[in-house]
Write a protein that binds this ligand. Structure first.
Ligand SMILES: Cc1cc2nc3c(=O)[nH]c(=O)nc-3n(C[C@H](O)[C@H](O)[C@H](O)COP(=O)(O)OP(=O)(O)OC[C@H]3O[C@@H](n4cnc5c(N)ncnc54)[C@H](O)[C@@H]3O)c2cc1C
Ligand code: SF4
Length: 329
């Protein structure tokens, strides 16, 4: 590990300003991602500002919905009675990720900002535009079984790894951010992460020095019919090949609203808007679920080693919707 400067923050604005003053500085929250990346020499911050003691750990009702503190632990968020009762999709998604020990350390803000698990990104001997802009993409013509099928560019084909974020985009969450000038901004979750385009080194639309303070969840009517499905190589402690967050609101036997988001398929949480649109006003049948899934997946552009993800996506969407319809928890 390379030497770095360390300080512990006790003031939000000062923390953001310290980071903003140094391009090479980073916040430290639970440390479960950034410290690994530093040990692997993938990230080389010259300064860390520990924000874990800031008073941003509350989970509370707000504006008819819920506010999740950026520094609340993943475990506390998943197990909070209001999350379990009103946003079971989020609880399931968090519990599908990592391990109990890691979730005990990991924070909500850090979870959103975890970096890709592309193996070329982690291997400093390989070219990677995300780690070192302009060096090339090892995965484009390499082993790309785990990589993207939507929204990739020839600069980067990585997928975004967070499970929690897939539920958050389906639930129309909003990220609250404090900028370096002290002003608070709200970023709709769908605009928080970005596709790689020509700048895969940028994972999000944050400005250097922005501190995530909270994640807000609007009131919703999906609690009784939602499900997070994660398909992976091992039953636990593995990232998604494909995941689907599905939620339905019914009007009698017809679907009033559908929410479908996918993980493991793109550089950001992928909202399946085509599929959602097709389901509105339809009966909740397997045939309609399959039709909606195919409308979404027909636009996929798989790479050499991940063509299987297209049919996995089709089946995943159908299965997650069926489980949601059955009120599975
Ligand atoms: C072995 C292993 C398996 C895992 N499996 C999964 C999995 O299956 N699914 C899954 O979703 N995740 C998985 N994870 C990832 C884990 O969920 C993340 O490492 C964790 O959520 C990151 O949170 P943290 O608080 O530790 O972040 P840190 O490591 O402290 O920080 C991560 C990044 O976020 C920035 N940051 C942190 N807080 C803030 C803030 N408030 N404002 C602005 N920037 C901030 C930091 O500067 C850093 O760049 C796994 C991790 C490990 C090690
Ligand atoms: S897919 Fe992205 S992260 Fe992976 S090697 Fe290519 S540029 Fe790097």
């Amino acid at each position: 590990m390379r030497p770095f400067k360390f300080s512990s923050a006790n003031d939000l604005r000062a923390a953001a300003q310290t980071i903003a003053a140094n391009r090479e500085a980073q916040f430290l929250a639970g440390g479960t991602n950034i410290l690994d990346l530093m040990k692997e020499d993938v990230m080389r911050p010259t300064e860390l500002v520990d924000v874990s003691r800031l008073n941003l750990t509350q989970i509370k009702s707000a504006k008819g919905g819920l506010s999740l503190g950026a520094l609340a632990k993943n475990t506390d968020t998943a197990n909070h009675p209001l999350v379990r009762q009103n946003y079971p999709l989020l609880s399931q998604a968090i519990l599908a990720g990592a391990s109990q020990q890691i979730r005990n350390m990991a924070t909500n803000g850090g979870n959103l900002l975890q970096r890709t698990r592309c193996s070329y990104f982690y291997d400093v001997a390989m070219p990677c535009n995300k780690r070192e802009p302009g060096s090339g993409c090892g995965a484009l013509e390499g082993i790309n079984r785990m990589h993207a099928i939507f929204g990739w560019s020839d600069k980067c084909v990585a997928v975004y790894p967070s499970d929690m974020s897939i539920a958050l985009v389906a639930l129309d969450a909003i990220v609250k951010v404090q900028g370096t000038n002290g002003a608070e901004r709200s970023i709709p979750f769908a605009d928080f992460h970005r596709l790689p385009g020509d700048n895969p080194e940028k994972d999000t639309n944050l400005i250097h020095g922005d501190l995530i303070t909270a994640i807000e969840l609007p009131k919703n009517n999906f609690a009784g019919k939602s499900y997070y499905l994660k398909v992976r190589d091992r039953a636990s402690y593995a990232f998604a090949l494909v995941s689907v967050a599905a939620a339905l609101e019914m009007n009698g036997s017809k679907i009033k609203q559908a929410r479908i988001a996918m993980g493991g398929v793109a550089h950001k949480p992928w909202r399946a808007l085509q599929a959602e649109k097709m389901l509105v006003g339809k009966e909740a049948t397997e045939a309609n679920f399959r039709q909606a899934a195919e409308a979404e997946m027909k636009n996929a552009k798989p790479l050499e080693h991940n063509k299987f993800k297209v049919e996995l996506g089709n089946r995943g969407i159908v299965r997650a919707l069926q489980m949601a319809m059955n009120g599975a928890v």
